[in-house]
Design a binder for this molecule. Structure first.
Ligand code: GRF
Length: 204
């Protein structure tokens, strides 16, 4: 069966990558195939997850590339080499240029750990998102999968899942619940939906 090749871009622990790998193994992600994992941070544990799953992985260090232009040129080269048609940003921390994102219009997804438009945009990533949600005193937060455009966390929303905030929550306990109850469920579903639609359009 034809499947859309997916490149997953990572920077850290890779729990969202793991959710995608597990979904592919379980057959719930069946219209797409994770064909490459690319980290902008050397030694990210996500690379170990890729290795264990037998998925080709690359490290592209911005520092080693000597700036964003060279970094994006190398990234584009690896993506071409991998044959990827869809990019999934899974805990990826580098901001990509407008030119780069335009080349992947409606073909690049991102998972953000809040209900956009709350707690998103410049400077909102990782634990900072949950610290802001707790500081504001929201009773519900969650996660959002969206297409990526030139505005950080500004692209068209694909899916959202709400998660309850508990009175005794710390940023860490809230992050964990948002991952378990929202991110790790939403991202594989959204990847499957985008890949399935792409296959349908191609075979229409
Ligand atoms: C997490 O904060 C997640 O919400 C966000 O990126 C961070 C790391 O995720 N998407 P991962 O474990 O590397 O997938």
């Amino acid at each position: 069966m034809e499947r859309i090749r997916i490149a997953v871009l990572v920077s850290g622990g890779g729990t969202n990558l793991q959710a995608l790998l597990d979904a592919e193994a379980a057959g719930t992600l069946k219209s797409g195939k994770i064909s490459a994992v690319i980290s902008d941070r050397p030694g990210a544990y996500a690379l170990e997850r890729a290795r264990k799953a037998g998925v080709p992985a690359w490290e592209i260090s911005r520092k080693a590339c000597g700036g964003r232009e060279a970094f994006e040129a190398r990234l584009a080269e690896v993506l071409r080499e991998s044959g990827a048609e869809i990019i999934v940003l899974a805990g990826f921390l580098s901001i990509l240029s407008a030119d780069f994102t335009r080349d992947w219009d409606h073909r690049m997804l991102n998972i953000h750990p809040s209900l956009i438009p709350s707690f998103c945009g410049e400077g909102f990533y990782g634990l900072k998102v949950h610290e802001a949600a707790l500081a504001r005193g929201v009773k519900l937060t969650g996660a959002t999968v969206h297409f990526v455009n030139e505005i950080p966390d500004g692209g068209e929303i694909i899916a959202q899942q709400a998660v309850e905030v508990c009175p005794e929550d710390t940023p860490e306990t809230l992050q964990r619940r948002v991952m378990e109850q929202a991110e790790w469920i939403l991202l594989p579903r959204a990847a499957e939906e985008v890949c399935r639609k792409r296959l349908e359009e191609r075979n229409a």
